[in-house]
Design a protein around this ligand. Structure first.
Ligand SMILES: Cc1cc2nc3c(=O)[nH]c(=O)nc-3n(C[C@H](O)[C@H](O)[C@H](O)COP(=O)(O)OP(=O)(O)OC[C@H]3O[C@@H](n4cnc5c(N)ncnc54)[C@H](O)[C@@H]3O)c2cc1C
Length: 471
């Protein structure tokens, strides 16, 4: 151990949740330091490379709170903890207004109303990773504001272990420049962004083959917060699901095909089959659901999208960076044939099975009986297209993981809960390292930026009030 520092609060992670929490604490007069493991000025984090759309279940953040809560419960099939749903429904708008006051700029990022609060500058229509857009400006703006407010951002500081005095967290240990340092603190707030980039944890909770998922993220969420919290008795919740998108198979080889174009629109309008030629799951439940189903296959890389000309020219052109034409531009191999038989043999799928799959599928849609298929094809949210208009198309898929939905259990004030649902004194968590909001049987997605900003703000306000009451 080389040095001991003291802060009232130590925040682990300089992404959106960590910087919002720290800045708000600093504004409340709390002496705070953010430990950020990335050493570079533009250290990688998911917030920095995000698409920048603040929404709650793809609804405008200013929508009626009760409507937002209902949307969260519907998307997660009742999985979301009511108190966390309430925080996100109420505090996301507060967070967006507060961010605007801090100088963060928003633009209308597209036609849908939920895109009205998109970080500026918004994404441009081209495949591949887009750096230096709104997420990057957000992180730089918050970092500068934290410094101005008297807070510290220590880059190259990786938190490794929580320090406990009996049942109370009293700080942590961190690695910096090859040394281990102690940080004494009255409270620690964990904001490391999730465990999506930790193969062992992915194998424990999500997939038998983590190396066959595409890391559609900044690579910074290694589950350190989860492991530190688990070591001191924290409860974990909703660990099996993740947020992500379907990508072309070639994205695995780092072709400029991730994080965009995502191919959810094509897959959910058409069908997704595996190497047997049979459908895998209900495409009507959306891309996030499908990507979770792919991850559960013995081989997550065995899935193939099959669709027709009407889909390619319709939903294929959906999204800011649409699959049509950006898949081709980004280097994906697209199979194309004038009949399904030729398509199947080009792709290497069993011809008779693929023909039977598509014939059954088309017949069920024509009869309005998609729900009777195995697996069913629901149409209440996403329109199903019959696959009838030549030419027919196919391409191989991979499952892109953006962030894990499950994580550390917290209450409405961000206090980390133990297995008995009691807060662990001095320990909070916010953002995508927490669980209990997104997830459920259909991997319902609420909104990563909303969750991080709203929970960060709420945690900071309650923690500041608690610390000041104790003075
Ligand atoms: C390509 C892409 C597009 C996205 N688009 C959207 C969108 O349009 N809308 C939306 O709502 N969400 C979107 N998201 C999700 C959103 O970016 C995240 O949900 C959000 O940024 C999570 O914030 P966070 O603070 O929890 O984590 P992060 O922003 O990832 O920050 C975590 C930080 O913790 C640091 N850290 C990790 N371990 C340690 C440690 N041991 N010690 C110190 N520091 C540590 C990391 O280095 C990182 O800087 C997108 C994500 C990606 C990748």
């Amino acid at each position: 151990m080389s040095a001991t520092r003291a802060r009232e609060v130590a925040v682990v992670g300089g992404g959106l949740a960590g910087l919002v929490t720290a800045l708000r604490l600093a504004e409340r007069g709390v002496q705070v330091a953010v430990l950020e493991k990335g050493a570079e000025e533009r250290y990688p984090c998911n917030a920095r490379i995000s698409g920048g759309g603040f929404h709650v279940c793809f609804l405008h953040v200013e929508q009626d709170e009760a409507a937002l809560v209902a949307a969260i419960q519907q998307a997660t099939c009742g999985f979301a903890q009511p108190e966390l749903a309430a925080v996100v429904a109420r505090d996301t708008r507060t967070a967006v207004r507060w961010l605007k006051e801090k100088g963060v700029q928003f633009v209308k990022g597209g036609g849908d109303t939920w895109r009205e609060n998109t970080l500026a500058p918004a994404l441009v229509a081209r495949p591949g990773l887009q750096e230096g857009r709104g997420g990057d400006v957000l992180i730089r703006t918050l970092g500068a504001a934290l410094k101005n407010a008297g807070g510290a951002l220590l880059r190259g500081a990786r938190a490794t272990r929580l320090r406990m005095d009996g049942p109370r967290c009293v700080g942590l240990e961190m690695e910096r420049e090859g040394n281990t340092e102690i940080v004494d603190a009255r409270a620690v707030v964990l904001c490391d962004g999730g465990f999506q980039s930790n193969g062992e944890l992915l194998r424990e909770f999500i997939t038998a083959a983590p190396e066959r998922l595409k890391q559609r993220n900044a690579g910074a969420g290694n589950g350190d917060a989860l492991q530190m919290a688990r070591a001191v008795g924290a409860q974990l919740v909703g660990m099996q699901t993740f947020y992500g998108h379907l990508l072309a198979r070639e994205a695995m080889d780092d072709a400029p095909l991730w994080p965009y174009p995502m191919v959810d629109h094509v897959c959910t309008a058409g069908v997704v089959v595996h190497s047997t030629g049979r459908r895998i799951a209900d495409e009507g439940l959306g891309g996030v659901y499908l990507v979770n189903q792919l991850a559960r296959l013995a081989d997550p890389l065995s899935a193939i999208a099959v669709y027709d000309q009407a889909i390619w020219n319709g939903p294929g052109r959906g999204h800011i960076v649409p699959a049509n034409p950006h898949l081709v531009e980004g280097g994906a191999k697209i199979f194309r044939a004038h009949d399904l038989r030729s398509l199947a043999s080009e792709v290497g799928l069993p011809v008779a099975t693929l023909e039977a799959t598509i014939a059954e599928y088309n017949a069920a849609l024509a009869a309005g009986q998609g729900a009777r298929l195995a697996p069913p094809r629901t149409t209440s949210v996403i329109k199903a297209y019959p696959i009838v208009e030549p030419p027919f198309y196919a391409f191989r898929l991979c499952a892109g993981i953006t962030f894990t939905m499950g994580g550390i259990a917290v209450d409405r004030a961000g206090r980390v809960l133990n297995e008995s649902n009691e807060p662990i004194a001095g320990l909070c968590a916010a953002g995508c390292c927490t669980g209990g909001l997104d997830g459920g049987p259909q991997a319902g997605y609420v909104g990563g930026l909303a969750k991080s900003a709203a929970m960060g703000l709420r945690t900071a306000d309650d923690l500041a009030a608690f610390l000041r009451a104790g003075d």
